[in-house]
Design a protein around this ligand. Sequence first.
Ligand code: E4P
Length: 217
Amino acid sequence: MKFFIDTADVDAIRELNDLGMADGVTTNPSLIMKSGRDILEVTKEICSIVSGPVSAEVVALNADDMIAEGRKLAEIAENIAIKVPLTWDGLKTCKVLSGEGRMVNVTLCFSANQALLAAKAGATFISPFIGRLDDINIDGMELIADIRAIYDNYGFDTQILAASIRSANHMKDAALIGADVATAPPNVIKAMANHVLTDKGLDGFMKDWAKTGQKIL
Ligand code: E4P
């Protein structure tokens, strides 16, 4: 499973990229707002850090304007994936921009039917939002499994990009189901390294090591 970093924080992206953990990046208007930076400038910097797809989201609501915005965002760098919402106009935009050979990430997906439409419209990525479904007591991971089954039934090559990931467990479950990509905030990716028994074991080793009086360096 590829890891995309769900942030516009360039320092966090750089740190994870140096570790080989950043196969790509996803941004959205809220993350750009949080960065406090200009969308074109921060997205360009992100594209210079990671070589994989960097999603930049359109903000127009009608297809003509979405297409124009998508083309402008695509000028930022070769590795831009244009992010469009899963609306009828978003699907039209997806069809046009993917037809031009551009990567398109269809976002705000909350049902298997929406994912089916995105694949038919030529999406490179479909972004089902796990956490936001869990928030309203709908099993977000079940949606990932449904989309996996449907895409595999028909051989769609649209990649399932599990999004709105809130915990390390979400990462594990998405990987077990076979999501192609998971995008998560840096803190969630770092939390995957944590285990209480690792901490306890290390503590025990350090105490015993101190008793030996030895040094390695
Ligand atoms: C990524 O593409 C999505 O915009 C993001 O994962 C949404 O996450 P949130 O539901 O935590 O805002």
